[in-house]
Ligand binder design. Structure first.
Ligand code: TUI
Length: 305
């Protein structure tokens, strides 16, 4: 399938694997890139040396394009921004803030820059600063989210910018891809579906909970005062919702390390199992290649069949 996004990313399919902190490593990114999508390594809050090692491992696993995501709440964001240039990473995506201060340097270094935005205004600002595309992530997505839904956000952005729009949030099969294209997107970013991939190295409790989740199986914590984040409903999210009602500042303390506890320990009492609303539709384990080929066979049939 050829779109403005496959042309920009030099991939076979117009799909980016969502960058999930503590989760999106060389194993996942390499598998997605080898399957014809764009694999991303998550910078998350990791130290620069850890991320450099993942970049090098990814290069051993694939000779296809891949990218690095920089989460702009990371204390290491400046070092990671430089790492992109030092390691000649071809594509960078950003999340959880504006990458404006880095844009000139990245563009001068020949990097393809694709910010995740949370509003049309930020998308327009990013286009003016030279962004190559924008990812519009609706609040159906897992993890840190904005206010808008994918359905309303994508077409408004497609009307406002000339650069390609990539839709994210609530997309996990060919119907979602076809719908995103109808809304004006020319590519998609998917996170939650890749949590179920064989090459995704999360704790078995996490993977099984995603597969078992129903449509109403997620909840947003941190709406009061914090950073809103969508997670699977667990004993931990019940505690978080109680904490934030009484003392929003204490939530940040609970959050520190909670993602690692979910990913590595499968800890339902203290872990944050970040996950999108589309988990309710997912019920089988597949390889990254199966996920991507099934998704685009269905999308092609719907769009051109
Ligand atoms: O970034 C994400 N999802 C994430 S990041 C994450 S790790 C984390 N760690 C500590 C606190 C919070 C999260 C887990 N999930 N998605 C992309 C995304 N970006 N969603 C929303 C935004 C966003 C929000 C505001 C992008 C830009 C923005 O700009 C504000 C501005 O400066 O205009």
């Amino acid at each position: 399938m050829n779109t403005a996004v496959t042309k920009l990313l030099k991939t076979d399919y117009p799909i980016i694997q969502g960058s999930m902190a503590w989760i999106a490593d060389a194993s996942l990114a390499g598998a997605v890139s080898n399957a014809g999508g764009l694999g991303l390594i998550a910078g998350g809050s990791a130290p620069v040396d850890v991320v450099r090692a993942e970049i090098q491992k990814t290069r051993e696993l694939t000779d296809k394009p891949f990218g690095l995501n920089i989460m702009l709440l990371s204390p290491n964001k400046d070092d990671l921004a430089q790492l992109v240039l030092d390691e000649k990473v071809p594509i960078v995506t950003t999340g959880a803030g504006s990458p404006g201060v880095y844009m000139e340097r990245w563009k001068a270094g020949g990097v393809t820059v694709i910010p995740v935005v949370a509003s049309v205004a930020l998308a327009v600002r990013m286009e003016r600063l030279g962004a190559d595309a924008v990812i519009c992530e609706g609040c159906e997505a897992g993890g840190h989210i904005g206010d808008l839904t994918t359905m309303s956000f994508v077409p408004q952005t497609a009307d406002a910018v000339k650069i390609p729009v990539i839709a994210a949030g609530g997309i996990a099969d060919g119907r979602g891809v076809a719908a995103a294209f109808m809304l004006g997107a020319s590519g998609v970013q998917c996170g939650t579906v890749f949590l179920t991939a064989d090459e995704c190295n999360i704790h078995e409790n996490y993977k099984q909970r995603v597969l078992d989740a129903k449509d109403t199986g997620t909840v947003v914590t941190g709406r009061i005062g914090g950073h809103p984040a969508r997670c699977l409903k667990t004993p931990a999210t019940r505690k978080m919702l109680a904490i934030e009602k009484d003392n929003p500042d204490a939530l940040e303390e609970f959050l520190v390390g909670s993602l690692r506890k979910a990913v590595q320990d499968g800890d339902l009492e203290e872990g944050s199992f970040m996950c999108g609303q589309i988990a309710g539709m997912l019920n089988s384990r597949k390889t990254c290649r199966e996920i991507i080929t099934d998704m685009f066979a269905q999308a092609e049939a719907l769009l051109h069949g």
